[in-house]
Design a protein around this ligand. Structure first.
Ligand SMILES: NC(=O)c1ccc[n+]([C@@H]2O[C@H](COP(=O)([O-])OP(=O)(O)OC[C@H]3O[C@@H](n4cnc5c(N)ncnc54)[C@H](O)[C@@H]3O)[C@@H](O)[C@H]2O)c1
Length: 336
């Protein structure tokens, strides 16, 4: 049995608990939160024990790995603390708020010989993998341009009610660092890395510190060019799309499904019954993606391998977003 613990019992933690419960050979062996009544209620719901502090979790030998589900600004420090205690870590996105602190997490994992994975459930979508393999296999020919569109909708109450969302100190950014990071990570994963970014971010509508709208132009390591458009104030919110145009034809991913492709060698496109989308509902995160990632993580811990979304991948994605923020601030193109 592989033992998990969860730090932070808010919205996303139930997805982690659900994912752990769905895996044969995995068990939730304790939860904690600075809000003890909330942790107790959560522990009761998922039939596990509540610990009063993170330190208590770290001393429990039945816990092999900890899922860090607290506000983003606390991820890096907690991940380092867990790694230093010899625990493997599953870190919610973003793994840190800056490249500098992400590097410290990478170093702590390496020094302590523990596996760190950064939640990026898009990397576990069958269709995203098929598109990546098709691009790598040359099925679309040379990739010309890619376009990531993320038109989310979050109300002012979503920010006001949390005490941390929309702040630089705890959210680290808005439309890109919080909601849009999934799409940015998937885009970079599919394309094999970003080379330069030029961006503009603005706070147009919401009363928050961070950006509610962003646009960027990118160049990729494979020579293609691309754009990112992201917003959290586009009512009512639309499914995320990635449009990839190759020399021999194009493919469109809507959320994690291929919804259009005009290159016959790509093979069949499965009809999509419904597009599960968190674009207008922040609580709409299906358990399946997290479950696939946790299985990959357990496999990496037990075999000494690497996960499909490791701490280096998580850091590379933060670099892209930080680069767009810097470009917007300084009015320059950033080479990553
Ligand atoms: N992968 C995804 O699709 C996805 C979706 C939603 C949120 N997230 C990420 O998950 C993280 C948490 O988001 P959320 O929406 O669940 O937030 P939330 O505010 O609903 O929950 C956070 C919980 O952490 C607790 N907490 C805060 N500081 C703590 C500490 N030092 N020790 C222990 N507990 C602490 C809070 O009391 C709260 O219960 C964020 O980083 C967010 O970006 C990821």
């Amino acid at each position: 049995m592989f033992g998990f613990g969860i730090i932070g019992c808010g919205m996303i933690s139930s997805v982690h608990a659900g994912a752990i419960a769905s895996i044969d050979g995995a068990e939730l062996r304790g939860v904690t939160d600075i809000d003890i009544p909330r942790a107790s209620e959560f522990a009761l719901r998922y039939k596990t024990s509540v610990k009063e502090t993170v330190e208590e979790m770290l001393c429990d030998d039945s816990i092999d790995a900890l899922c860090i589900c607290v506000p983003s600004g606390r991820h890096a420090a907690l991940a380092i603390m867990c790694a230093n205690a010899g625990k493997h870590v599953v870190i919610e996105k973003p793994m840190a708020l800056t490249e500098k602190s992400a590097e410290k997490v990478i170093a702590a994992c390496k020094e302590n010989g523990v596996v760190g994975t950064v939640i990026s459930q898009m990397r576990y979508s069958e269709d995203i993998l098929r598109v990546k393999e098709a691009i790598d296999g040359g099925i679309f020919g040379r990739i010309i341009s890619v376009h990531l569109e993320m038109y989310y909708y979050r109300t002012q109450d979503y920010y006001n009610g949390s005490g941390w969302r929309g702040t630089w100190a705890m959210d680290g950014g808005g439309a890109l660092m919080n909601q849009g990071i999934h799409g940015v990570d998937a885009l970079s994963f599919i394309m094999g890395g970003v080379e330069t970014v030029t961006g503009t971010v603005k706070t147009l509508v919401r009363d928050i510190e961070v950006e509610d709208t962003a646009a960027a132009v990118l160049t990729f390591k494979n020579d293609a060019i691309g754009t990112i458009n992201a917003s959290v104030v586009t009512y009512p919110g639309y499914p995320r799309q990635i449009k990839i145009n190759g020399e021999r034809g194009s493919v469109i991913l809507t959320e994690k499904n291929v919804t259009y492709c005009d290159v016959p060698e790509f093979g069949d496109i499965k009809p999509v019954q419904s597009i599960h989308s968190g674009s207008s509902d922040p609580s709409n995160t299906p358990v399946e993606g997290h479950a696939l990632q946790l299985k990959d993580f357990i496999n990496a811990v037990t075999t000494g391998g690497k996960t499909r979304s490791d701490v280096r991948d998580g850091c590379d994605t933060i670099k892209i977003i930080e680069g767009i923020y810097k470009s917007s601030r300084d009015g320059i193109r950033i080479t990553l």
